[in-house]
Each structure stands twice: as structure tokens, then as C-alpha cells.
Design a protein around this ligand. Structure first.
Ligand SMILES: NC(=O)c1ccc[n+]([C@@H]2O[C@H](COP(=O)([O-])OP(=O)(O)OC[C@H]3O[C@@H](n4cnc5c(N)ncnc54)[C@H](O)[C@@H]3O)[C@@H](O)[C@H]2O)c1
Length: 369
């Protein structure tokens, strides 16, 4: 069986490629080696020679046609995923690129047995909360005036009181930034076109995925790489808001196993799945854990900045994927240790955060109270 992996030269894609090859699948990669993740103009060394590589863009019909020729299934991971304000690019790459995939499969009647698209926990926006008075709530984006007053907790839309965060299941999404909206439209295309044209499809809503090969140059997101690179240069990690944001972190190895499971299991067809770590850790706790594992005595700095459009707390409920027999296996300590060991070996490690911070401040993505 031959599997096409778009974005296979990236972080999650390449680990999924490794697992597919280990399991005996033939693999083809479609990737445009886009900066800043790639700067060398050639596939990174970790891309296995056993995988066929096609250089091409998922916005380009000819690239898709070439890549889809003779494959049995597709993992569609190529994406634009920054926090910047070039809104249209998110939809061109993430949404239109996916529409093109289904358009070609339908038009050419390609015998594709499964398409798995990479969605995101970001589709939940602020996620699910419980208000002591008004019960379960899905609050909207926190107003900028509230954040400027350093009042971080989402408020009940009915009584305006602070609420308790809940684990968020797949039932309801509330995307509110450009990335999340483009990912949710991608999901809708996949599941609806999949069902309508009988192309088994599934969408994976990854939580914050962690592990080796997360590019240092993509400094706008990826808390482990940002904290690790700062700490390696003896600089304190910087936490936004008050550092109390809850997150669940999942190992890229667990994510790769989830991807292959969904490829192989027909019970996953036409469904969306949370793929998370099963725990809940504050950003400041995570910063302290990384410092401890690096043996650095540097407490996180909390300068009162916030990223407008960010989520306060988000923890995925992973019971749906668990019901298919998947379980996250890699502990948080092991995730951090593996990443640190990898980061120390990289020749291009430097603290990219200062440049990213300047750009995010200039564009109003990052704001100071
Ligand atoms: N890493 C996470 O924590 C996370 C969380 C939720 C969802 N996701 C989703 O998972 C997928 C993989 O993410 P990742 O972290 O591995 O990202 P990554 O940046 O490491 O890899 C993405 C790859 O896609 C390629 N690419 C980008 N634009 C392309 C285009 N127009 N045409 C062809 N190739 C293109 C890049 O060159 C890169 O190799 C993405 O769809 C992302 O939205 C990731």
C-alpha cells in the first residue's frame, strides 16, 4: 500500500513517515520545503531515502496530480500555521489546498481508500467551561480590554463570573483565529466531501505536539522549543499572561501512532478525533520543568504580555480515540528529555525568540499591558 504524506518533511509528517515505513508501507512525500522551517532548499537529513520525495506546493493542481498518482491513501499535514496577520494565506494553503485534493480525487475518480487531515485543538477556541450558576459554557474570545486589565480568566457569557475549565470533547468547536478557522474549514471539507463521494476520511485535532525535529526557526509557536532555546542560552523563559494557562502536551511519537491507527481502522471513518496528552499543566509549570531537566536555575519571567487571540485554558478529552485502543504513552518528563537531547545536537540552535517577539509586537499579535 502506498501512502502520500503532504508536509512529510516537517515535524509531525516526518515522524508519521518513519512509522509508516517501519510498518511496511511505501511512502511518497509532497512538501514545498517552505521557510522558515526549511532554509536549505533540500529535504532535511531525517527524511528517509526510502521515501519518494516530490517538491511541490499544495496550492498547485499539477503538484497534487503528480503526487496522487498511484497512491492508496493520503495524510494531509502540509499547512500554514503562524500567528501572523496574513489572513488569506491561511485559507489558501489550508482550506483551498484541501479542496483541491478532494476536487482531483473526485474528478479523476482516484481509488483513494483513506484521507486523514491534520486539524487542531485550536478549533475549540476557549474550549469548554463550567459556570457555578449557568452550567456548561463555551465562552467567546476574551475582550482586549479585559486582557489589558490583566484579568485573564474567561467569564460566563450569561452572568459574567469567572468559570472552571473543563476537558473539551469533540462535540463543539468555536474557532476564532485565522489558523483555527482555516483548520476547521479544512475538516468540514474532508468530512463532508469524504462522505458525499465515498472517500473514507478522518480529521485529527492535535494538541500541542512535542518532540525532536520541531524547527527552531518557527519561533512563533511551540512552547518547548522556545523555552528550551532560551534556557540553553541562559535566558529565562517568558510566559504570556500570568503563566497559569492550562495545556495538554502530547509526544510526536504518540501522535504518529494515532495517525497510523486512524489510517488502518475503518471505525475512524468520517470522524474527528482529539489527539492529546491526557494531562493538564500550566505554562509556568512547564517552563519550570524544562529548566529543571536542563539543570538551569532560571525562573520564568512574567512581563504581563499576551498574545491576542490566544486561548486561556485548553485540555482535550481523548476518550474517543482511547475507545479505538490508542493511549498516549510518553510521559512529560520523557518528552522534555528527548527534546533537550535532540536540541543539544543541532548545529543551528540559537535563541530566535527576540526576532519573533519584535515581529509579533509590531503586528499587534503580542501586546503589552
Ligand atoms: N505541531 C503541533 O503542535 C500541531 C498542533 C495542531 C495541529 N498541527 C497540524 O499538524 C500539521 C503538521 O504540523 P507540523 O508541526 O509538523 O508542522 P511543520 O511546519 O513542521 O511541517 C509542515 C510541513 O509542511 C510543509 N508545507 C507548508 N506549506 C506547504 C505548502 N503550501 N505546500 C507543500 N508543503 C507545505 C512545510 O515545508 C513543512 O515541511 C499541520 O497541518 C498543523 O496545522 C500541528
Amino acid at each position: 500500500m502506498k501512502i502520500l504524506v503532504t508536509g512529510g518533511a516537517g515535524f509531525i509528517g516526518s515522524h508519521t513517515v518513519d512509522l509508516l515505513l517501519q510498518k511496511g508501507y511505501a511512502v511518497r512525500i509532497l512538501d514545498n520545503l517552505t521557510p522558515p522551517v526549511h532554509i536549505e532548499g533540500k529535504p532535511p537529513d531525517y527524511v528517509p531515502r526510502d521515501a519518494e520525495f516530490i517538491l511541490g506546493d499544495v496550492r498547485d493542481r499539477a503538484a497534487w496530480e503528480r503526487a496522487l498518482d498511484g497512491v492508496d491513501a493520503v495524510f494531509h499535514f502540509a499547512a500554514y500555521q503562524d500567528y501572523l496577520t496574513d489572513f488569506s494565506k491561511f485559507f489558501h494553503v489550508n482550506t483551498v489546498g484541501t479542496a483541491l485534493l478532494y476536487e482531483i480525487v473526485v474528478e479523476k475518480k482516484l481509488p483513494i481508500q483513506k484521507i486523514v487531515v491534520a486539524s487542531s485543538q485550536a478549533t475549540y477556541g476557549e474550549g469548554k467551561y463550567a459556570c457555578a450558576t449557568d452550567g456548561v459554557q463555551f465562552p467567546p474570545l476574551r475582550p482586549v480590554e479585559q486582557l489589558m486589565a490583566r484579568d485573564w480568566e474567561p467569564r460566563c457569557p450569561i452572568c459574567q463570573q469567572p468559570m472552571q475549565p473543563h476537558v473539551t470533547d469533540e462535540a463543539r468547536v468555536m474557532p476564532h483565529n485565522q489558523y483555527a478557522m482555516s483548520k476547521y474549514t479544512q475538516e468540514m471539507l474532508a468530512l463532508n466531501f469524504g462522505k458525499r463521494y465515498n472517500i473514507p476520511s478522518a480529521a485529527m485535532r492535535f494538541s500541542i505536539t512535542q518532540g525532536p525535529r520541531q524547527s527552531f526557526r518557527n519561533a512563533y509557536s511551540g512552547v518547548l522549543r522556545i523555552f528550551t532555546t532560551r534556557l540553553l542560552f541562559n535566558r529565562a523563559p517568558i510566559c504570556y499572561e500570568d503563566g497559569g494557562q492550562l495545556r495538554d502536551y502530547v509526544s510526536v511519537h504518540d501522535v504518529a501512532r494515532a495517525n497510523v491507527l486512524v489510517l488502518e481502522d475503518a471505525r475512524a471513518n468520517y470522524q474527528s478525533f482529539n489527539v492529546g496528552g491526557g494531562g493538564a499543566t500550566t505554562v509556568a509549570e512547564y517552563a519550570r520543568l524544562i529548566a529543571r531537566r536542563l539543570d538551569k536555575d532560571l525562573a520564568p519571567e512574567i512581563p504581563g504580555q499576551f498574545r491576542f487571540g490566544d486561548t486561556r485554558h485548553i485540555i482535550s478529552d481523548i476518550s474517543k480515540l482511547r475507545a479505538l485502543g490508542w493511549e498516549p504513552r510518553v510521559s512529560l518528563d520523557a518528552i522534555v528529555d528527548e527534546y533537550i537531547a535532540w536540541a543539544r545536537e543541532q548545529p543551528d540552535v540559537r535563541d530566535y525568540y527576540a526576532d519573533a517577539e519584535r515581529e509579533m509586537l509590531a503586528r499587534g499579535t503580542l501586546r503589552t499591558t
